[in-house]
Design a protein around this ligand. Structure first.
Ligand code: DX5
Ligand code: ZN
Length: 215
């Protein structure tokens, strides 16, 4: 799979509906929603209210990325409002298995996100409950940060780890600093979905920018 998920963090929030349409017309596969709580990360964005509004107008699936200290409450809630994928952070909770299970039970694919310093091997004990692994290629919290180059090797290690440890297919998503400079290497290493915020929303021609990531 070679999919692109523009992050609405870089959208113009005064015209959110039009911004979502702009990315759909450009060929986006998912809308990526960055939920932050000022506890797990030092930034505060939006929550289920906005996700629900996006869900109402979007004609492509929502990919919700929870960077919050309480995924146990909000993970299942975002799944229940219709998001296709709901991810939360391994580092945010001691109850990873439980949250994964609850997100699935509420009807979404369960995603587990890892910050740059968390090794891929932590997925081992819960691999059967993970539908997508999200490799952060910046430290979570803000759009527009520089890509951490070691992330390419980390994606390749994850791809191999999944192949060696399960027969199931698990999606690999990469998020943070994705541009036309690193997208090809990330897909080559095994990524299925690339998140891109400032590069896509900041582009004058979003369709051309989006195609440059898929090439
Ligand atoms: C960072 C967020 C990312 C971010 C991506 O914490 O999870 O989704 O919005 O934005 P860019 O592509 O600008 O790094
Ligand atoms: Zn994100």
């Amino acid at each position: 799979m070679k999919a692109i998920a523009p992050s609405i963090l870089s959208a113009d929030f005064t015209r959110l509906g039009e911004e979502l349409e702009r990315m759909e017309a450009a060929g986006a596969d998912y809308h990526h929603l960055d939920v932050m709580d000022a506890h797990f990360v030092p930034n505060l964005t939006f929550g289920p209210l906005l996700a629900e509004a996006a869900q109402r107008v979007a004609s492509i699936p929502l990919d919700v990325h929870l960077m919050i200290a309480d995924p146990m409450t909000y993970g299942p809630m975002c799944a229940a409002l219709g998001a296709e994928i709901v991810s939360f952070h391994f580092e945010a909770t001691p109850h990873v298995h439980s949250v994964l299970t609850k997100i699935r039970a509420a009807g979404a694919k369960a995603g587990l996100a890892l910050t740059p310093s968390t090794p891929v091997e932590v997925l081992g004990p819960v691999l059967n409950y993970v539908d997508m692994a999200l490799i952060m290629s910046v430290n979570p919290g803000f759009g527009g940060q520089a890509f951490i180059p070691e992330s390419v090797d980390k994606v390749a290690r994850l791809k191999k780890f999944i192949a060696d440890n399960t027969g199931r297919s698990i999606l690999i998503e990469v998020d943070g600093g994705v541009t036309d400079k690193n997208a090809a290497a990330l897909f080559e290493a095994g990524a299925d979905i690339l998140v891109s915020g400032s590069f896509l929303y900041g582009a004058a021609d979003s369709a051309a920018a989006l195609q440059s990531l898929k090439k």
